[in-house]
Write a new protein. Structure first.
Ligand SMILES: [Zn+2]
Length: 121
């Protein structure tokens, strides 16, 4: 359901006439700026951005930016899905992959079978 004239869009930043490749949507309820594929139609809180400006986002304090891959657009996920994907990506990115052994390594000294406590009688 895409229109064929999306290439005519230009960056919405002042004094920038480069072709737009991304659409930035401000989600005020979540203080989130969602940067996704170029929207097929203009929305009230959406701004088309060129490649340069889409990489130099300046957001208000406390806002977070979410970058959507173009592939996500094909599945038509809901806004909640997009938020979940973005959160999952962020969590993975913050995790350090350090394998933790099931048990801490301990020296074998004094743990041989014949050194068990023997009742004295
Ligand atoms: Zn621009």
């Amino acid at each position: 359901m895409r229109t064929h004239n999306r290439s005519s869009r230009t960056c919405s930043r002042a004094s920038c006439n480069l072709p737009a490749i991304k659409t930035l949507t401000y989600v005020y309820a979540d203080s989130t700026a969602v940067l996704g594929p170029l929207a097929t139609y203009a929305e009230p809180h959406s701004y088309d951005l060129c490649a340069t400006h889409s990489e130099k986002l300046t957001l208000p304090n406390g806002w977070k930016a979410i970058n959507l891959e173009p592939e996500s657009d094909l599945m038509g996920p809901s806004e909640d899905d997009l938020m979940a994907i973005a959160n999952a990506v962020r969590e993975v990115g913050n995790q350090q992959i350090t394998p933790t052994p099931a048990q801490p390594a301990q020296p074998e000294i004094g743990r041989r079978g014949h050194l068990r406590a023997i009742p004295s009688n």
